[in-house]
Write a protein that binds this ligand. Structure first.
Ligand code: MN
Ligand code: MN
Length: 469
């Protein structure tokens, strides 16, 4: 009897795929290293709530680490470190390797834009003695989640003369916040009959910005006038300047630890700064000259489909790589064909409160490490790049050999919904690509949750990937 059981056990040992939980398996030292890494990540989250702020943070980090601004007219040597900032909203970082570029790059791509409320071109109005901003939401949000929260205003106003005025109100303790109001339950009988999708509508996401009139006078729109007067005093802008502005309303709270064990981080905008930060930091940590040229692309516009000239569906990455190849007398087409890449973006973490949306065997779980997604998309793998078995094997080997905890996942149940990443835009350049990233709870909510160990494993995965030859 005993022998038979041990045969079963041996067979199981040999044949079953064992999923590992990093929180159970990692040493205390490794967990402490993960916690320390996440302190830097939290600082990045608080410093970069918009794509422009995140890009500025990454450029200043790059300069600190000895990167110089890319000059397409210059020649570059192995070991050189360059950065390119595309219109202040997207950043490309590169460390030139020993091998020719034609031998292929090791390229990671993550995005630094997040769902939010953008001000409309004519945002400010007065209604019933209150001043409000009209907004147009950016990215996929559940609109009801954005009411009754402390909000901050970030962005830039470019005056008619071209002068850019940076705006940030609501982050410092001594600054005011803003809010989208919601109806009290006492009077919400009609609203409560709406579907959840329709519970708060796009045109109801109006941001409260003031209530005191400019002066005790009989003129109209005095509350609005007072707000414009305050904005003029602080920033020197007038109402017409909203027409040439990018002002983004984001949650005003900071990143914090979640749980009595402090094992998780709650914050606005984990998607996708939680992959952008590890991808960039792992590149900054490369010592000397890597074998293959390592590139990290921290891009904009992913949340609205990657369209626009700062998104990965634009030619800016291709232009950068072409210029880099020309500067070394190499052929970009050959370099792209031999390039291996990771589309570093978040995936959904299994939520025990909503198990029906997931298929357990193919879901990502918190603390099981960086999640590998062979494909994303919707309706039968549409709108995605389905990574090849050959490339999946190469990535598996790379992560296993480096001792990185990782898991394989789909976004959720088949036909439960779906989503896309930048993977298909890399694949369109004839690059090998697979999605990897951190599992997130409450993804796209104003306050999202990730596991510290998973963040650290994503950092280690990027480091192992850059170093692999
Ligand atoms: Mn994302
Ligand atoms: Mn997203």
């Amino acid at each position: 009897m005993t022998e038979e059981k041990s045969t079963v056990e041996m067979k199981k040992e040999a044949l079953f795929y064992k999923r590992q939980n990093a929180a159970k398996a990692l040493s205390a030292e490794a967990q402490a290293a993960a916690d320390a890494f996440c302190e830097g990540y939290k600082a990045f989250l608080d410093a970069g709530k918009t794509e422009r702020e995140a890009a500025a943070f990454l450029v200043s980090r790059a300069k600190e680490r000895g990167f110089s601004e890319f000059d397409p007219k210059r020649r570059y040597e192995s070991g050189d470190r360059v950065y390119l900032c595309n219109r202040g909203k997207a950043v490309v970082l590169a460390v030139l390797g020993e091998q020719p570029l034609e031998a292929g790059l090791r390229l990671t791509a993550a995005h630094i834009d997040s769902p939010r409320l953008d001000l409309k071109p004519n945002p400010l109005y007065e209604a019933d003695e209150l001043a409000l901003f009209k907004t147009h939401y950016y990215g996929g949000i559940k609109k009801y989640q954005w009411t009754s929260l402390p909000l901050a205003l970030h962005g830039v106003v470019v005056r008619r003369d071209g002068e850019a005025v940076p705006v940030c109100i609501g982050e410092r303790d001594d600054e005011p916040r803003f809010v989208v109001t919601d109806l009290l339950p006492h009077l919400a009988n009609e609203q409560m009959k709406r579907t959840l999708a329709d519970g708060v509508r796009g045109e109801e996401l109006n941001v409260l910005v003031g209530s005191r009139p400019f002066a005790d006078d009989e003129a109209s729109e005095l509350v609005k006038l007072n707000i414009l007067d305050l904005l003029f005093q602080k920033y020197g802008v007038t109402e017409a300047d909203f027409l040439s502005a990018e002002l983004e309303v984001v949650p005003a709270f900071r990143a914090c630890d979640i749980g009595l064990d402090r094992s998780m981080i709650g914050a606005y905008g984990h998607d996708d700064r939680v992959c952008a930060y590890p991808a960039a930091e792992a590149l900054f940590a490369i010592e000397g000259t890597p074998v293959h040229t390592a590139v990290a692309v921290l891009t904009d516009k992913e949340e609205i489909g990657s369209d626009g000239n700062t998104g990965l569906n634009s030619a800016y990455l291709r232009h950068f790589l072409t210029d880099l190849c020309l500067a070394r007398g190499e052929n970009v087409r050959i370099a792209l064909s031999n390039t291996k890449s990771l589309s570093a973006d978040v995936t959904a973490a299994f939520d025990p409160t909503f198990p029906d949306a997931y298929e357990r065997a193919n879901a990502a779980f918190l603390n099981r490490g960086v999640a590998l997604m062979k494909y994303s998309g919707a309706r039968g793998k549409s709108g995605t790049s389905d990574a090849s078995a050959e490339y999946m094997a190469w990535v598996r080997r790379t992560l296993d050999d480096a001792g990185v905890y990782w898991q394989c996942a789909e976004l959720g149940k088949v036909d439960a919904g779906g989503g896309g990443t930048v993977a298909m835009f890399l694949a369109a350049q004839d690059i090998d690509v697979v999605d990897v990233g951190v599992p997130v709870l409450s993804m796209h909510a104003p306050f999202e949750v990730v596991s510290k160990l998973d963040v650290y494993m994503t950092y280690q995965a990027c480091a192992a990937f850059y170093a692999r030859f």
